[in-house]
Design a protein around this ligand. Sequence first.
Ligand code: NAD
Length: 381
Amino acid sequence: MAEDSIQYDEFGPEKVIQVSDRKTGMRGILVIDNTAKGPGKGGIRMTPTVTVDEVFRLARVMTWKTAMADLPFGGAKSGIISPAEVIKDKARKKEFIQAFSKAIKFVCPKLYIGAPDVNTGEEEMRWFVEANGSWKAATGKPADMCASPGKKCGIPHEYGSTGFGVYHSTIVAAEKLKLPLKGLTFAVEGFGNVGSFAAKYLTEAGAKLVAVSDSRGCIYNKDGIDFKSLEEVKKETGSVTNYKPGSVFSGPNLFEIEVDILIPAALPDSINKSNVENVKAKIIVEGANIPMTVEMEDILHRRGVLVVPDFVANAGGVISSYAEYRGKSPEEMFKLVEKKVRKNTKQTLILAKKKGIKPRDAAMQIVMERVRKAMAKRNSI
Ligand code: NAD
């Protein structure tokens, strides 16, 4: 594991922990990057290739994301090195998760709180929490997992908090450009958790969905795609490309379509050197994590495209985690996501305009200041 590639700086990481369990063969990594604002929050990733360096980089992103959402959480992330046969075998997967949970109990939930990530969902959170013994050890738990009967229950990611936040971030960005949302055209890359909910709320608000993609391709209809029929087609046939009427293109073409708003909500680097010059949108709201490099954002910024960065726009998931952690209901969670995502998007775009910088640079200034302030306060105690 390339541990020495970690760049230690003023923010962290505070703890880099590696654990193993001889009985199950589990090997796991936990990086607690910064806890100045509260316990480190971050998902539990299960892949065959997860490394200390990868976990550290993701933990740092969480430090910025929780600070942007202005939550009393810090940043962390964990990984369980899991061969494909373990991921596929429910019993072995459970053994790995429970062994990992027990091995990091000495810092969880005091300094680390888990959440779903690649190859982990609500059921895995149930196993993790059961092995830890504290209901607060992870968020994204199933709705039937309550701290006491009927009270403080799990809020699974499947409720769509991230897509709901992306929708609110889009409203704020459109307002900033003085564009009324009703009638604006938009395209969404990915029709999973984030993309489908963003598309649902935007169409309900009167924006016109003209293109959407999934792993099998992209469907386009300039007159608008009916969200409800699209949802049924995806459910029944497995792909949005079977929606009618419309033309089917290859996925990457989605980024070159004539639309007002683009929402990447699937893969990293989907806007890249090969298509950036052909992007026609006025607004891009990053639902996915790192859908483009900073260099691509620079190019678009110079052309006057408003790009709302990932850790501002897609913070709905972590805000939902906070609501769950504090025992709030799903209704209260949605209200909190709306309030926080709107406020943070506004603050970012106002600072960017005032200083003549890109929204990502403005957002970085905001979060660094928040974390530094919390660190100074902690040091003064
Ligand atoms: P998901 O697995 O639910 O959905 C992913 C979607 O992408 C699927 O519809 C899939 O068909 C589609 N896809 C796969 N390959 C594609 C391709 N080549 N072209 C177009 N679409 C393709 O995942 P998700 O939870 O919606 O996450 C999407 C992105 O959002 C990821 O970058 C994730 O890190 C980020 N994100 C998710 C959350 C969350 O709460 N779910 C929170 C923050 C960020």
